[in-house]
Design a binder for this molecule. Sequence first.
Ligand code: ZN
Length: 231
Amino acid sequence: MFFFDPMYFVFALPALVFALYATWKVRSTYGKYAQVANATGLTGADTARRLLDVAGLYNVRIERVPGELTDHYDPRGKVLRLSDSNYSSYSVAAIGVTAHEVGHAIQDATAYAPMRLRQGFVPVAGIGSNLGYILFIIGLFTQLTGLATIGLILFSGAAVFAAVTLPVEFNASSRAMALLDQNGLVTPQDHGMARKVLDAAALTYVAGLAQALAQVLYFAFLLSGMRRSED
Ligand SMILES: [Zn+2]
């Protein structure tokens, strides 16, 4: 009954549609501006090294990783990893994404509070939400409201994590645009195009939060049904 509950779709469908739209939006925007050469003639890797050095982050290494949009900054290893499609690309999209990852490296170096919070939350959110999910399902089938409530609270960790991710990502993108401007790496036209790529990427994090919240709300709805049947 649980897996075929039509109410599940009432909660999950809007967020799913939004997530699909966000994925399409980032792919198409990135795809478009990955074809446009940037005005500096610098690759993603060149841009990363230049911006990291300007920030005094000589210790941060740059590595190449396979895939598309797999770019990320690793705060533990102090490594900025650029995807195949950005590492040696001269595109506007490549320098935009690269500057965003440098933004994360600067957040790390300056102990930016939301990033610290997010880092601290990684293990808690992972274990909490998986355990919470299991406890909730057990609570639901055994009609133990208390257990289901604990499960729901733990499970909400995933949504809190998705919420904490937002300021970290938005801040990295605004740092990225400032870095590109201050270092003369973008013309006004390139600025606009890089911004579009980063805005599209940000949308996927908003969609992630919407999906996590939809799941929590659906579970809360099931829990309220259990409570009502108890009365
Ligand atoms: Zn990011």
